[in-house]
Design a protein around this ligand. Structure first.
Ligand SMILES: Nc1ncnc2c1ncn2[C@@H]1O[C@H](COP(=O)(O)OP(=O)(O)O)[C@@H](O)[C@H]1O
Ligand SMILES: [Mg+2]
Length: 343
């Protein structure tokens, strides 16, 4: 990211005074930025967008400003891009908050291709996802997101794929074959072949089962996924990741010592979440929210009340559990020096 910005600055500065060449140089900047990302994540080999002719109007579906993805040698970005490069589809498994959605955005950005994101847990109807007639007359057909993806290409991201409604899954099955196609029975049986640059990523949370009543993934879906990438939190239980601590400190500008304690709280909560004791555990993003309030001057404890404690559950008992974890890690005195009442 930093080197990307540097390249941008250098090129912009160099082009000062040569107004006529400015646009050319800026588009070169964008390309060299993507190049830098490809090097950074070691994915030069897996060019998912090479030769893709971007249809007009879809450029806005390419994610922008995606923060860096941090791991500790798992090379998640590389693994996902390799899977898409060889098999056109890939499955991401892991608890909520481990960066699955983040990585999909990053992959689409690096590849420079559109992202079609569908949250299957929202129970969106077949008509919304595939398309429908609006008003009267056969001319007024409007493609849904899945049909648009099939026609124009890009990454179709099916979040919480195991929550997908059966009628949607049934319609999806034939297109999960890489050389598959879609038949729009509703629309004079129009046949749409799967776009050669049409990639699919599905994600699932194996720990949601106890709380959200999720089902196992549809068997036809499972058979068509060639690669499964397992995600986990950077820190869990007694394992506290230095990289996560640094990430929190950088994104909140808090001292490492505070970021470390916050990460320890998260690690303990994640362990309990995986054991089925609490219904949610904080992600890096949730810790950044907590830290943002601390950086603004709230005590870590008060800031925890407004963020991770209430975020976890509305249930008073669960909130009590999280509060005890926070107290256990922070001790009796807050990092900002403020005395804390004990009851
Ligand atoms: N490894 C990571 N590196 C950087 N940010 C991360 C990482 N993992 C999670 N995050 C951040 O945590 C938050 C939750 O991630 P998200 O991608 O929504 O998780 P998931 O889709 O697995 O539930 C986001 O703000 C994301 O940027
Ligand atoms: Mg997600």
């Amino acid at each position: 990211m930093e080197s990307n910005d540097t390249a941008h600055r250098i090129l912009t500065t160099r082009s000062e005074g040569h107004g006529g060449r400015l646009t050319v140089k800026l588009s070169m900047t964008a390309r060299s930025g993507e190049q830098t990302l490809k090097e950074r994540y070691n994915v030069l080999k897996y060019d998912l967008g090479m030769g893709y002719a971007m249809p007009e109007g879809l450029r806005s579906l390419i994610p922008k400003n995606v923060p860096p993805y941090v791991d500790q040698g798992e090379n998640y970005v590389e693994r996902v891009m390799r899977a898409l490069f060889y098999f056109k589809q890939c499955s991401l498994i892991g608890p909520s908050g481990t960066g699955k959605t983040h990585i999909v955005y990053l992959v689409a950005k690096i590849a420079g291709i559109p992202l079609w994101e569908i949250n299957c847990g929202l129970q969106t109807s077949v008509y919304d996802l595939f398309g429908r007639f609006v008003g009267l007359g056969k001319e007024n057909w409007v493609d849904g997101q899945i049909v648009s993806w099939c026609r124009y290409g890009g990454i179709l991201y099916l979040d919480e794929a195991n929550m997908m409604k059966q009628d949607v899954a049934t319609k999806m099955n034939p297109i999960l074959d890489t050389r598959g196609h879609m038949v729009l029975n509703e629309k004079d049986n129009e046949i749409i072949p799967r776009h050669p640059y049409g990639y699919v990523i599905i994600s699932m949370n194996p720990y949601a089962a106890e709380f959200a009543g999720t089902k196992p993934l549809n068997a036809a879906f499972r058979r068509r996924m060639s690669v499964w990438v397992d995600f986990d939190y950077l820190s869990v239980g007694t394992k506290v990741s230095e990289n996560e601590v640094k990430l929190i400190a950088e994104r909140t500008r808090l001292p490492l010592a505070i970021a470390e304690k916050m990460t320890r709280v998260a690690a303990e909560m994640r362990k309990r979440y995986k054991n089925g004791d609490i219904p949610y555990a904080p992600s890096v993003g949730d810790l950044v929210n907590w830290g943002t309030l601390v950086a603004d001057g709230l005590s870590p404890r008060a800031a925890a009340e407004e963020t991770i404690i209430t975020l976890t559950s509305d249930d008073a008992e669960v909130q009590g559990t999280v509060r005890r974890i926070v107290s256990m890690v922070l001790g009796t005195e807050d990092e900002v020096g403020e005395k804390v009442e004990t009851s």
